[in-house]
Design a protein around this ligand. Structure first.
Ligand code: NAD
Length: 260
């Protein structure tokens, strides 16, 4: 018997990076998947890549913008009408935004980053929690960041949104524990995904790999995290084994956030 046999897991940002790695891990462990992403082509590619490794996996894909409340309601409805329930929710889609110091941080950029990273996570919880409360069980993992528990710099929108995700997690965890629902957040450090490559390109242009090598020297483990390491953590946190972890924010950053 696998940990996710018979379980339904909904993942936003499922086409790439941390969402994809977590989807693959839980498919290997028996989960039925509903994958949501803004990028429909990447979503179809992700589905066929998972099926190449796990041919028996049951997967639906839904193209949606998590910043659009109606679209969020719809992806939740579609998931429930296909699979009748949602056992686990990885509320993960997000963007970094353009880096700049606060006085030069674009107000439009701020609004955009917050609308995806924070409003999107709130809408997701709002509609999924209704289903989980009716079921009397469920587990949610929200993706925060080291930038949600520490100051990083040049990331006003990202910092505000990810600190907000931590607040939403603690608040809703306190509200919904009584219904058998646990809600946690992960706070990843630098994990090598297309988003981090984009961030390094903002700092170093074509020299982004050299910038990356320099960047990770300050990490206690002196390396980037791997997406599959997030997959193992998210699978554990969404499994029944982690049912008593609630309201918690779990760093996965090689120790970066503990360093003085
Ligand atoms: P990624 O760019 O590889 O994947 C993000 C996915 O989200 C993409 O497929 C993208 O199309 C999708 N997406 C973006 N905006 C969307 C929207 N409005 N609606 C629906 N889907 C949307 O990035 P990643 O590194 O896997 O990041 C995933 C999450 O992890 C983000 O919330 C990010 O802030 C967070 N995070 C990443 C790192 C890291 O080092 N990679 C560190 C801390 C936090």
């Amino acid at each position: 018997m696998k940990r996710f046999d018979g379980k339904v897991v909904l993942i936003t940002g499922g086409a790439s990076g941390l969402g994809y790695a977590s989807a693959l891990q839980m498919a290997k462990e028996g989960a039925k998947l509903s994958l949501v992403d803004l990028n429909g082509d990447a979503l179809e590619e992700a589905k066929s890549d998972i099926l190449a490794e796990v041919p028996e996996a049951e997967i639906i894909t839904i193209t949606a913008d998590v910043a659009d409340e109606e679209a969020v309601k719809k992806y939740v409805d579609e998931t429930v009408s296909k699979f009748q329930r949602i056992d686990g929710f990885f509320n993960n889609a997000g963007i970094e935004g353009k880096q700049n110091e606060t006085e030069n941080y674009g107000s439009d950029e701020f609004e955009k980053v917050v609308s995806i990273n924070l409003n999107g996570v709130f809408y997701g919880m709002k509609y999924v929690l209704k289903i989980m409360k009716e079921q009397g069980h469920g587990s949610i993992v929200n993706t925060a960041s080291v930038g949600g528990i520490r100051g990083v710099g040049n990331q006003s929108g990202y910092a505000a949104s990810k600190h907000g995700v931590v607040g939403l997690t603690r608040n809703s965890g306190v509200e919904y524990g009584q219904y058998g629902i646990s809600i946690k957040a992960i706070a990843p450090g630098a994990i090598m995904t297309p988003m981090v490559e984009g961030s390094l390109r903002q700092m170093g242009g074509d020299d982004w790999e050299a910038v990356g090598e320099e960047f990770v020297k300050s990490n206690p483990m002196q390396r980037f995290g791997k997406p599959e390491e997030i997959g193992y953590l998210v699978a554990f946190l969404l499994s029944d084994q982690a049912g008593f972890i609630n309201g918690a924010v779990i760093p996965i950053d090689g120790g970066q956030s503990y360093k003085y």
